[in-house]
Design a protein around this ligand. Structure first.
Ligand code: BG6
Ligand code: MG
Length: 229
């Protein structure tokens, strides 16, 4: 099946908000009297706000009431939004603008490629507006439209459906272990953005979108399918 859809994660793929999430969660953990490492933070990527909080509290050996948890999640989001409010188009990750430019102008052999955002974040639209990319997506699936966070494939299945495509016609762009798993469970080709040591389930991994063109990606999908993916 030809590739006609690209499904992009947001945090850590389009913009470097993954760092802001870590800073805000770390600030909260430190106030509660423990720390979270960079390594532990990898397990939070792609996970919803409340699920992340539950993982962090378990990591710190704490059990709190639902009311207190809501307070903490709200506080974390306020700290996070303070960081987001400073963002400009300069915060778009290297290679993203060029890749989108390429995507829109290229005349692909197998027809047009449309794209959707597939993010668990409830702040996704706000962030896309801040960096001036809200009109670059044909569909936006965010945390307000799903009930299951990654690694459940819901966000990407909804993205493919909204583009009118079969999952096998889509490539997912992901920086998170949970996001790559969601793509594979959904039946999509997973392009990992980051390190192959972390994103072990991805079909292909590049350090950033600076390192691959649309044509190279489509060729890589064909090659991978040729050898049985
Ligand atoms: C994901 C991030 O995109 O969104 C997670 O990778 C984050 O780290 C999740 O917890 C939810 O984001 P938000 O903005 O709704 O708190
Ligand atoms: Mg991400």
């Amino acid at each position: 099946m030809p590739i006609n859809g690209f499904l992009f994660d947001l945090d850590g793929v389009i913009v470097d908000t993954a760092v802001f999430h870590y800073q805000a969660w770390r600030r909260m953990a430190n106030q509660l009297g423990f720390d979270i490492s960079h390594e532990f933070n990898e397990t939070l990527k792609g996970i919803s706000r409340m699920d992340s909080l539950n993982l962090i509290l378990a990591h710190g050996g704490m059990s709190l009431s639902d009311d207190r948890k809501l307070e903490l999640a709200t506080q974390k989001n306020e700290w996070y939004l303070e960081l987001v409010s400073q963002m400009t188009p300069d915060d778009i990750l290297p290679g993203v603008t060029g890749f989108f430019h390429d995507l829109k102008k290229a005349d692909h052999a197998d027809g047009p490629i449309t794209c959707a955002l597939g993010s668990v974040s409830k702040n996704a639209r706000l962030i896309l507006e801040r960096v001036g990319m809200i009109n670059d997506f044909d569909a936006i699936i965010d945390g307000t439209k799903i009930t299951n966070s990654k690694p459940h494939p819901e966000v990407f299945l909804k993205g493919a459906a909204e583009l009118g495509l079969d999952p096998a016609q889509c490539v997912v762009f992901e920086d998170a272990v949970a996001g790559v798993e969601a793509a594979k469970r959904g039946g999509m080709f997973a392009l990992g953005i980051g390190s192959p040591d972390v994103l072990t389930q991805a079909d292909l991994v590049v350090p950033s979108l600076e390192h691959i063109t649309v044509t190279e990606l489509l060729a890589a999908v064909e090659r991978a399918r040729g050898i049985g993916y």
